[in-house]
Design a protein around this ligand. Sequence first.
Ligand code: PMP
Length: 380
Amino acid sequence: MYFDYAATTPPNEDVLKTFNTVNRDFWANPHALHRPGMRAESLLEQSRKQVLSLLGSSNEFRCVFTSGATESNNLAIKGAAHAYAKRGRHIITSAAEHPSVLYVCQALAHEDFELTVLPVNRDGVVEPKVLEDALRPDTTLVSLMHVNNETGSVNDILRLGAIVKEKSSAVFHVDAAQSVGKYVLELDGGPVDLLTFSAHKFFGLKGAGALIIKQRMGLSTQLHGGGQESGLRSGTADTARAAAIAKALRLSLENRAEVFDRVQSYKEAIAATMQEIEGVDLNGTLENSSPFIINFSVAGVRPETLLHGLADKEIYISTVSACSAQKVAESSVVLATTGSQERARTSIRISLSALTTRDEIETLCSVLGPVIESLRFKKK
Ligand code: PMP
């Protein structure tokens, strides 16, 4: 039983079929001027349009296909920081961001940019007033995630983005890796300038994603070469991968509302079970978070011991604070959310998807308590 869908999902069979068919029938270089090339180009552009339209954009944005969220975050953050460096060198992010945002911002701070890392509250989200107070005339970029990959905490992107737009001239970047395919995003008319996602989080392929960019926004190129993807991502475009992204997104959004409600009821069942186990604390809140991710700290049990205890029963969860040799790592996201090092060292994540069934949740709920108690008993 797999409860680690926030790490990745299995590719959908129809997505694999699309990938195969397009690779077989549209393999020509989409940048070539001959007829097979033009057929591939036309499919590539159709996929781009479809992705944009599924994200609520008819004309305000363009889509650059990338190898996934890590690359998109790098392009967005380095690309915007460098493009607007003459206007200012102050960038803002939060303490709960994924490393592909936080470490990129920290790398820029070593390059003469000034970085403000906003705290998150006990819900794991950035408070609007905290963002407002941090904005400065020389702020050129604000990068905040939508759904947190460890706790599921959901930032109020529309409200935070509105503050960025009202109070500054900064570019607003959103890492939506854990929300695209699960939430309705209406990009046109909204405050987001740059949006990141990875297709393998919604039953697409790994190594496939995009950066969605507001039209006419300049970004400095991170990958020089043949000038493909409007000069922002050189290299021969992968028509099959692009078609597979569009297909995965369309399929995920087709039954989104039903999946969302069903998974919400699963999360509530897990939370109710965990609340009855002594020494278990929910990281983040139930109200202000995604139904797909739930994060707990289990006092007195090392997370990797719990992970192995459940794996013995073929139940697979994840711990971000994995143990490396003797050193116990802590989750910086749980630390930022709870302020407790102990909780940051003992956190586990359970993540769900459209494939999760009620039977699986019932089994999980029936074994969690006994497994945790048996591990505590062993320790004594
Ligand atoms: N951002 C977030 C919020 C994520 O959850 C992930 C994947 N864990 C990434 C970025 C990076 O995605 P990828 O590994 O596909 O590049």
